[in-house]
Ligand binder design. Structure first.
Ligand code: TRP
Length: 465
């Protein structure tokens, strides 16, 4: 899956499982475990989860089928697919490349934090258990000192891993590893779920997740859920288009979409049902939901036999989940630079890596500042950029990704035509039972919904800020 357009024979996923795991590997990542629980918490718990599931079923799967069918029909990467079908739409491919790169700047920083936690649980779990919040803010984000580990050393290591895999090609190592790592992550999540929900005091967290509080319903929550769904499913950037281009013609894209969406959503839900009860049980409530995956989980590990061991295991698996997602993100930039700009694969990879590292450092610094000012310490170092991290996430999750997904749906619905998508699914005797509803969704319902949510969310978001 590393070589894009090498002329003659194109790479293909060897098996149906290979594709599903690769797509799931791209989908399941930090978005599910680091972002989703915090989003659910901020969005009012049960209500957010309900909206999220509805969005995945109606909007997410529709958009995923749109991307996959374009990819498999053209056998091209995102930019190439548009060049072949409708050159005027090439900007959608370009927008996806840009969005992916912006995401990578902070994704690789958070990937670094994951590595730092592996190291932390290996060498000094006692320090983490003694003060989970202090460890995160101090050691990782550097609230009271320069975060050499969290902003420089470990992100550098994470980026080095991504670079290594991308330049070497992905087939042998990471794909094969994924077949073990993904099921292992899933099992471990179930174990942690068992521990978290039985912690004394966890009931309140469960109630929070199961209560539907309509007061939380507003444009901003809707947009957060929409952006999160696309983000988590790796949509809106042509990644699924590219992955779809490697799928055999005999594969059932409809069924595969259902499996990928289900798997991805299950992992996110389990993560929320681990982390939120743990937050309530341990009383550790860091100001920002985004740090739940680092701070609150310590409370779960501490109250488990072999807690430090499970800590190492958990963050190791999370590291691989993040790695496969980061690889799919960088593949977009590298494919663009090699195919459109004529750079060599190594050069494209290394250049991208340097840029994302330099921008990413600012992200971690901005987090520390936020925590210093808002929650932990008063008085800022003056070295940091408070709104930078929030800005990056707002830009990608709530604007660029929804716009990209909107463009894909409008393209398939109005330019390429839903009948071509259906024909692509059904070409080798596969039957697509949802051909009619999908056509209506991709043409009318989903574009309208994205447009309205985008508009409402922007207005609300700006009004709130
Ligand atoms: N889905 C990944 C996650 O949840 C992130 C990701 C990987 C992504 N590739 C993507 C998001 C493409 C949008 C588009 O962590």
């Amino acid at each position: 899956m590393s070589n894009k357009n090498t002329g003659g024979s194109r790479a293909q996923w060897a098996s149906s499982l290979g594709f599903i795991l690769a797509a799931a590997g791209s989908a399941v990542g930090l978005g599910n475990i680091w972002k989703f629980p915090g989003r659910a918490y901020e969005g009012g718990g049960g209500l957010f989860i309900l909206i999220y599931i509805a969005i995945v079923i109606l909007i997410g799967s529709t958009a995923m089928i749109a991307e996959l069918t374009v990819g498999r029909a053209t056998q091209k990467n995102a930019v190439g697919a548009f060049r072949q079908l409708a050159p005027r739409w090439k900007w959608v491919g370009g927008l996806g490349v840009f969005t992916g790169y912006v995401i990578l700047t902070y994704y690789t920083q958070v990937g670094g934090w994951v590595l730092q936690y592996i190291a932390g649980y290996l060498t000094s779990p006692g320090t983490i258990f003694a003060d989970p919040k202090g460890y995160f803010l101090g050691n990782v984000l550097g609230a009271d000192r320069f975060p050499l580990g969290g902003a420089i050393l470990f992100p550098f290591l994470f980026i080095a891993c991504v670079v290594l895999v991308i330049t070497k090609g992905v087939e042998g190592g990471i794909e094969r590893f994924n077949k073990v790592a993904m099921p292992a992550l899933f099992l471990l999540l179930l174990v942690l779920l068992g521990r978290a929900v039985t912690l004394p005091g966890a009931g309140e967290g469960l109630r929070y997740l199961l209560t539907i509080d309509l007061k939380a319903l507003n444009g901003s929550t809707l947009l957060a859920a929409l952006g999160q769904a696309f983000y988590s499913l790796s949509l809106g950037m042509g990644i699924m288009c590219t992955y779809g281009s490697y799928v055999k013609k005999t594969e059932d894209l409809g069924k595969n979409t259902a499996m990928i969406c289900t798997l991805d959503t299950l992992v996110a839900l389990i993560a929320a049902f681990i982390i939120i009860p743990a937050v309530f049980a341990t009383g550790v409530e860091p100001g920002k939901g985004a740090s739940f995956a680092f701070v609150s989980l310590a409370g779960v590990f501490e109250q488990m036999p072999l807690g430090a061991f499970f800590g190492v295991l958990f963050y190791t698996l999370l590291f691989f989940a993040a790695l496969t997602s980061a690889i799919s993100l960088l593949e977009g930039t590298v494919a663009y630079l090699t195919e459109e700009k004529g750079l060599s694969r190594t050069r494209a990879t290394v250049l991208s890596a340097v840029g994302m590292f330099l921008i990413g450092v600012v992200y971690t610094l901005s987090q520390a500042h936020y925590n210093i000012r808002g929650i932990w310490l008063d008085g800022a170092s003056g070295l940091t950029f408070p709104v930078f991290g929030d800005f990056l996430e707002f830009l990608t999750d709530r604007l660029l990704i929804p716009v990209g997904a909107l463009a894909y749906c409008i393209f398939v619905g109005w330019v390429w035509g839903p009948h071509r998508g259906v024909a692509e699914i059904e070409r080798e005797g596969v039957r697509f039972p949802f051909a009619k509803p999908w056509g209506l969704l991709v043409k009318y319902v989903v574009p309208a919904a994205i447009f309205i949510i985008l508009f409402a969310g922007m207005v609300m978001g700006l009004a709130l800020s």
